[in-house]
Design a protein around this ligand. Sequence first.
Ligand code: UT7
Length: 366
Amino acid sequence: MMNPVRHSRDKKIDNSNKEKLCQHPHTSNGMNKLISDRPAPYRAVIAGCGSFVPEKLLTNDDLAKMVDTTDEWITSRTGIKVRHITNDRETTALLAIEAAKKALADAKLDPADLELIIVATITPEMVFPSTASFVQRSLRARKAWVFDLCAACSGFVYGLSIVQQFLESGRFKNALVIGAETLTKITDWTDRTSCILFGDGAGAVVLERHNTGRGILYSTMSSDGERWEALNCQAYGSRYPADKKLDDPKKIYMQIKGREVYQQAIRRIVEAVTECLHVCDLTMDDIKMMISHQMNGRIIESAARRLKLPDEKVFINIAEYGNTSAASVPIAFDGCVKQGKVKQGDIVIFVAFGAGLTWGANVIRL
Ligand code: UT7
């Protein structure tokens, strides 16, 4: 087993969870760890998934006509070749609704029976009401409790962690978690350090409460508000309201300190995954796939190397989508499922890092 690592800022690992979390039969050495004779607890099981991206493509060559960059630079520094971008009529709610419909169809769940809808986004339909309200309306999911979650690129894994609590406690029977973003609407197309990175899209999963041993085994979530300046979009909120002239017109766009984010991201992904393995008493041999937020192919590869994860256990689809923030993990998961790279019973790790700063991971037995 890997050495236990201390969580950032000395958050202690709760070893009391260990026995409960490891009530599943599979281990790397084939031994049965099902040591408890208590009934299996409720878990949040992924019952269906789906994703949706706009048709319009923006290639690296297209970007090279807009800013001083090249296909070679973007490919070698990020792994991105192309991204999907919305037109003026395509909004975050539209993408979210399309992804949600696919996930619900996959789960064979009637929207009328949905109990909770969370939309993770930093590019919402409007300031208010929530993007989730538009999803509820479109799906006619009248019974559902709905809200948006603002945790940037970590929003989807944060959302799963919240749903995990409600389903494990027995409060809800099911939930829909969507990551949906239209980052290209807050992109500064004259800034070559950021405009090459982002794309639009949405991914969704339906979760249901079951006590079969499958489901979310563990989630870890962290934040560091001290580093908010590393990634932000400052207008228009209460600090820079729309009726006041901005001191810097660029504040309507995303601003990133790429190098700082790069280094923090690798460190935090490694920490989060290592914590997950330790608490769940798993080794890398037990993990079928790490599905990371797709922020930069080099970041994911570097984290995977430090975790000693072989290439075939790391899913990377950034070449086709760019960084879609909260949408990237569910889009990647949907791709992974559709390509047959994971199947029921496999253990996967979702991991993400983003503005806030925020980071987190979920260990899931599919
Ligand atoms: O999901 C969270 C959000 N994601 C992020 O915040 C991204 C995280 N960071 C990154 O992915 C990488 O830091 C970048 C891709 C943004 C930048 O890659 P890098 O290897 O860290 O490059 P750098 O910032 O150290 O810049 C190296 C050089 C600089 O030129 P000088 O100063 O060496 O002359 C940049 O001006 O590359 C230049 N550069 C570019 N050149 C061509 C920066 N952007 C570009 C570009 N094309 N698009």
